[in-house]
Design a protein around this ligand. Sequence first.
Ligand code: HPA
Length: 302
Amino acid sequence: MSTIGNSSHTIAESTRASKSDRSSVSVQSQNAALHPELMDALREHLRGDISDVDSAVILGSGLGGFAESIENRLEIPYEQLPGFPKSTVPGHHGSLLYGTIRNRKVIAFSGRFHRYEGYSFSQTVLPVQLSHALGVRHLIISNAAGAINTRFMVGDLILIQDLFRFFEKVAAFPSEPFRLDLMPAVHHAESIAKSIGLPVRRGTYLFAKGPTYETKAEVEAFRRVGADMVGMSTVPEILEATRLGLPVIAVSLITNMAAGVQKGKLHHDEVKVAAERKKHDFARLVSGIILSGWNPNEEAAV
Ligand code: HPA
């Protein structure tokens, strides 16, 4: 793998324009990008290194190992990307990866920006904005989550079917109102999982800002309102992707039972151990989705 800044190969000028024509024009035209000038600067910076990207992946805590599945890999540290802050959490590497999964071109964000690290909402969604600006067909978002649902087990892969966004501003405005329906994404990911013999489940994810893990009382309350798992990311990113008309599949790896569901204290190490154990299954699922070229906007347009 090589580490690059900006090089001078040519890029199809139309990467963004041609691909965005295929996606949900009505939503995109109503909901402007949050950082239009920054996105132009980023596209310009990456031009020559990155072109015609099919898929984007945001890698959750400890799931950076997916990088090993990417062939012909280039790594661009976030510090070299205009407008990108540095990621500060152990296990988060803070770089943009580019390469191929068989014949598909992918980018992966290894390291994300959490609200609990003090990043603003608009910083947390920079990877989503860049994926959209590069004209990807779909975005796959992953995270580590604590299980609230007692039927879930550590190591389960859960497709996010719905979400709670208590306590936080987790959407951009001004914006036109928009609707969230993750079920087409869940159905597609389930069909991929089935085809590769990988068990997955569905669940509703609750966003907690952190940085403290939830209290037992909170987890009990969250269970009563219908949450299956809790984590400190993903919801702003899902909502921003949806606002932009970018198809999104989100998957949680259960790394621990949430507070009160298991005895003892929660540690960040637990998250890393569970992620390490499941990294191959996670990579198979994500690669399967990438290879499928999923884009419901294209299907709808046919
Ligand atoms: N709570 C919040 N975030 C998390 C957890 C949890 O239990 N596990 C992994 N990320």
